[in-house]
Each structure stands twice: as C-alpha cells, then as structure tokens.
Design a protein around this ligand. Sequence first.
Ligand SMILES: Cc1cc2nc3c(=O)[nH]c(=O)nc-3n(C[C@H](O)[C@H](O)[C@H](O)COP(=O)(O)OP(=O)(O)OC[C@H]3O[C@@H](n4cnc5c(N)ncnc54)[C@H](O)[C@@H]3O)c2cc1C
Length: 315
Amino acid sequence: MSILVYAESWEGRFRKSTYEAASYANQLANDLDTDLIAVSFGNIDESELSKLGEYGVSKIFSYSNVTKSDNNNASILLAKHAEDSKAIIFANTFSAKMIAPRLSSKLKAGLLSNVISTILNTENFTFQRQSFSSKAIEKVSVSTEKVIITISPNAFEIKNSTTNCVITKNDANFENQFTVIGSETNTGKISLSEAEIVISAGRGLKGPENWGMIEELAELLNAATACSKPVSDIGWRPHSEHVGQTGKAVAPNLYIAVGISGAIQHLAGVNSSKVMVAINTDPEAAFFKAADYGVIGDAFDVVPKLIEEIKKIKN
Ligand SMILES: Cc1cc2nc3c(=O)[nH]c(=O)nc-3n(C[C@H](O)[C@H](O)[C@H](O)COP(=O)(O)OP(=O)(O)OC[C@H]3O[C@@H](n4cnc5c(N)ncnc54)[C@H](O)[C@@H]3O)c2cc1C
C-alpha cells in the first residue's frame, strides 16, 4: 500500500501548493504507516524533482512528454500508479479539478474536495471538508477502497521530512490529446491562488485609474491583487483577478477588501481566508459581519494612510 501525491508543476518548477499537498500526503502516509510516492508531468529537471524528497516522497515517476492540460491521459497514468495506493492527494488547483474527477471515475474511488483535516479515523477513513461555499463543515467517511482528496491551497503547512527519493523518468507511449502552443504569464506578479496576503478592491474604487494605491499597498506587503466580479466585468481589472463564487477561490492568511460590499457570492470565494479586513464607507456593509477587522472610512483616505504607516514600519 502507498499514498500517491500529484506533483503539479508550472514551467518546470513545483508550485507551493504541491509542497503543501506532499506535506499533507506525507502526514497521511505516516498515519497509515506506508510510503509516499509522486507522479509529475512536464519537463522538470532532476534537481527540481529531487526536492520532493524533502517532503517525504520516496519515489517519483516523471513523465516529461505529458502535459497537465492533457487531463485524460494524465488521469490514465495516475490511475496506473495508484493501483496499490489507498489515497491520492491533490492540491485543489484548476488542473486538479480537471484530473481528479476523471481519476475518481477510473478508480471507482470516492472523491473528497476541499478537505480541511488530517485523517480523523483510520478505520473508516473519515475527514472534514468544507461545503456550501465554505459556509459549512462536513465530517465524511469514505466507503470505497481508495479515496481521492483535494486540499485547499494555503490550508496546510509545508513540513520538511527528508527522505531518500528515487526518481524514475518515463515517456508515456501515447499521443498527447492536447498541445500547448503558447502561454502567457503574469511575470513578476504573485500568484493569486497561492498568495499569503491578498489586497482586493471593488466598485467602491470608482474607476480603474484609482488602482495605483491598491497595487502600491500590494507591493509593500508582498501581496497579490484581486477584485470583485463587477470590477472585472466592466473591464477595470483583468478577469484573472476576479474572486468569488464564479471566480477564483482564495484562502490567504490575510485578505483586505477595499470598497467591496461583501455580497454572499463574493464571500463564497474568500471566506476561508484566515483573517479578513474590510474597508468601507458604509457601516451597514455586509462585509463587516464577515470580517475580523473593519475600518469604516473612505478608501481614498484609509489606503494612503495605511501605505504611509507601512512605509514607516519598513524603514
Ligand atoms: C450568480 C452570481 C454570481 C456572482 N459571483 C460573484 C463573484 O464570484 N464575485 C463577486 O465579487 N461578485 C459576484 N457576484 C456579484 C455580487 O452579487 C455583487 O454584486 C458584487 O460582489 C458587488 O461588487 P462590489 O462589492 O465591488 O460592488 P458594490 O456592491 O457596488 O459595492 C461597492 C461597495 O463600496 C463601498 N464604497 C463606495 N465608495 C467607497 C469608498 N470611497 N471607500 C470605501 N468603500 C466605498 C460601498 O459602500 C459598497 O459597499 C455574483 C452575482 C451573481 C448573481
């Protein structure tokens, strides 16, 4: 028996969420007294692959000629390596959302998404997961022989556990169903789904020309920027920044919402944040009910003052 972790990479490097998933999977492997193995796709060099050994992975199977966009073939290969696995662990990324359900169907394995606990009962495989857009927590036990688990980014700590890691490089002997012919990256920007701090702004900012202060605050705090749905719909900000029920779900350590009313659809994507701060002129704004800290005030006064104070502390 083993535990298998899907080691997702981006441009030849493992993502922070991959190390979180490996650390989580390693804990589960320890709890079940078994080994942790990993499967990765894409061109990743040996020094990067060997980093997984720092998080308890004892064997890694790397397929350089398979892209993670090729969800169907990726799930076929994962199913092959999971034959002997009790659990298959994913970070809950876009790629995982495409691959994990296919794998679940192939292995006839129960799929638990948004898991927020380590194993609670090793006899009947019980875990806690978030449901109803993070408004409720369910305790679920899985009756299938294998279980597939996705964990939210930033929900579990990365923990070192150095292990001798054997790397096996393979070529899959099938045609890719997809070919990536180009990709654009937001170079220099912090990935929204993995950021520890997110500065988000809404329609209260009045127009795209006022985002300079949001970007300055984000840069000072090493944070990613986000926005509400209408803001990206109007084109004030790119769609990649839209958070909420119909946008990205984020779970940073700190989420600062500037001029965002706190509609339920917005909160659905951000209420797993560890600490939420709302800045709003309206004392009745719904965000104040959900936030840990609230500032009733005009963003155009509050944000520049915040920037000034942070600069003082940094100096
Ligand atoms: C099916 C569906 C899905 C949806 N999905 C999403 C989603 O994924 N994400 C999402 O965000 N929304 C989503 N929405 C839209 C959501 O219901 C809200 O309409 C939206 O979140 C409101 O955006 P907002 O807070 O930026 O704007 P508004 O509701 O216009 O709020 C602006 C806020 O700014 C405050 N304000 C104004 N001036 C200032 C100032 N100078 N300083 C400080 N505060 C100020 C106001 O008091 C107000 O609270 C969805 C809606 C539907 C129906």
